[in-house]
Ligand binder design. Structure first.
Ligand code: NAD
Length: 478
């Protein structure tokens, strides 16, 4: 049993509340760790620690800050196997996914922002005889970074790395469901030479410690990734303030498959887009729209290939889908499928059968649904599970109105060999990120974020560094 502690002022400490929560392995339902169930006093201590450390960290030369961030990246690489094991245990994701993709990306997040501040350009605007303007971007101060359970270290580091690089001090709050890798990160940051108080990590429930952090008057920004409803709550608590907030929220991502696509490639990639991490990625495709002439061919191949995916133990090499994160989440996913069935939709593949076959963990198999109307909850609300709907479209305009017909606007994919169709669709889609004939290929330099109910602001590359800094324009005359 792992005993997790908060990381405040460079030390591992018990919560002032003296309360703890249980961390469950979703593959077995067993308790694997206990984590602090922190409260407002812990939030206050973490914020105070970040405040005290701010001035010195903001004044630390860029090169020295970058060196520490590189050290963190190198230590993540060194502990890659252990971190991947912790991630698979904690979240139920396949170990291979954590080891191959997510842990290396977490290291890369620190490495990228270390390099970005080392090579960043200065901004100076000569004004002839009058003088010149130059721009300064001082760090904001202590900031709060809150992350979800689906890509634990990957997303936690995606926020923390740019904040630290920019010169902010941080209070990080990982999800209460997956605290293990964030706990290991405390140890790594200490070993990497990060000064005490520059990063503080507090554990616990969002409604308690998360809310206490976001409402603390000493914090200077909030970077949040999680559900749209939580995003609204955070915004609701900020009335009468001018706090910068970045919100990366839910999605209901469409895929538009045109009749001239490469069918084999499209099906293979859309299986990946629909079922990676059991559909528990904000960018996963969940509504697949296929042009009429190839609808039957697509459906048949998609179904055949999806049936080849294996659901099982996250540590087995052949596993494609591990369990869902929790019993409650599985019930929610099942509820959507039950309602679709009651609404007379056809279940081409029914993942509920996995529940009785694998009773120990929170397993749910790939599910493919046909015949759902655009207005049905299954097409309007984020399910965040391995459930997709299939429908056909007649022409480009119908494809656009189906794709844009939800409150969300995070990502979309377009599958066609026609350049004009691809770019026309990309321009018209309500989505912060559009992939053409691919899915989830991301360069860390590019902006990332959602439109409509999928978020506010952009992270990634310079957008992230700008978010954690103030912009000051200075004019000097000769
Ligand atoms: P969640 O909103 O329940 O929780 C996210 C984090 O917020 C957790 O750390 C939680 O403890 C905390 N939290 C909860 N209530 C809070 C409050 N009132 N104040 C402050 N913090 C609070 O989301 P989740 O279930 O952990 O994650 C799944 C959601 O995250 C999905 O909707 C998914 O689409 C979204 N997500 C979005 C992105 C993106 O980049 N857009 C990436 C990953 C996940």
């Amino acid at each position: 049993m792992i005993a997790i502690k908060n990381y405040i002022s460079g030390g591992l400490v018990e919560p002032k509340t003296q309360n703890y929560l249980e961390v469950i392995n979703p593959a077995t339902g067993e308790v694997i760790a206990r984590a602090p169930d922190s409260g407002p006093e812990d939030a206050a201590a973490a914020v105070k620690s970040a405040q005290d450390a701010f001035e010195a960290w903001a004044k630390t030369p860029t090169e020295a800050r970058a060196k520490i961030l590189h050290n963190i990246a190198n230590l993540i690489d060194l502990h890659r196997e252990e971190l991947a094991k912790l991630e698979a245990l904690d979240s139920g994701k396949p170990y291979s996914l954590a080891y191959e993709k997510e842990i290396p990306r977490a290291a890369q997040n620190f490495r990228y922002f270390a390099s970005a501040i080392s090579t960043g350009q200065s901004e100076c605007f000569p004004m002839g005889e009058q003088g010149f303007n130059y721009v300064l971007r001082p760090a904001l101060g202590p900031v709060v970074c809150i992350s979800p359970w689906n890509l634990p270290l990957y997303l936690f580091s995606w926020k923390i790395a740019p904040a630290l690089a920019a010169g902010c001090t941080v209070i990080g709050k990982p999800s209460e469901l997956t605290p293990l890798t964030a706990f290991k990160l405390s140890e790594i940051c200490k070993e990497a030479g990060l000064p005490p108080g520059v990063l503080n990590i507090v554990h616990g429930y969002g409604a308690k410690i998360g809310e206490a952090l976001t409402r603390n008057p000493a914090i200077k920004a909030i970077s949040f990734t999680g559900g749209t409803e939580t995003g609204k709550k955070i915004m609701g608590g900020l009335r009468n303030t001018f706090l910068p907030v970045s919100l990366e929220l839910g999605g209901k991502n469409p895929a538009l498959v045109f009749k001239d696509c490469d069918l084999e490639l499209t099906v293979n990639e859309l299986i990946r887009a629909s079922f990676t991490n059991s559909g528990q990625i904000c960018l996963c495709a969940s509504r697949l729209y296929i042009e009429e002439p190839i609808y039957e061919a697509f459906k048949s191949l998609f179904l055949t290939k999806t049936k080849m995916l294996s659901v099982g133990d996250p540590f087995h090499t052949e596993t494609s889908l591990g369990p869902l994160i929790s019993k409650e989440h599985r019930l929610k996913v099942k509820g959507f499928v039950d309602r679709a069935e009651q609404n007379q939709c056809s279940l081409l593949l029914d993942g509920r059968s996995t529940m009785s076959a694998m009773q120990d963990g929170f397993y749910f198999g790939p599910t493919i649904i046909e015949g759902a109307a655009l207005e049905d909850p299954i097409n309007q609300q984020e399910i965040f599970g391995p459930v997709v709907t299939l429908a056909s479209f007649k022409d480009f305009n119908e494809a656009m109105s189906l794709a844009n017909g939800t409150p969300y606007g995070l990502s979309a994919t377009v599958w066609t060999k026609d350049l004009s169709t691809a770019h026309r669709a990309a321009h018209q889609l309500d989505a912060g990120i559009v992939w053409i004939n691919s899915w989830m290929v991301r360069d860390l330099r590019t902006p990332f974020g959602g439109m409509k109910a999928s978020g506010l602001g952009r992270e990634g590359g310079n957008e992230a560094l700008k978010f954690f800094t103030e912009t000051k324009n200075i004019f000097a005359t000769f």
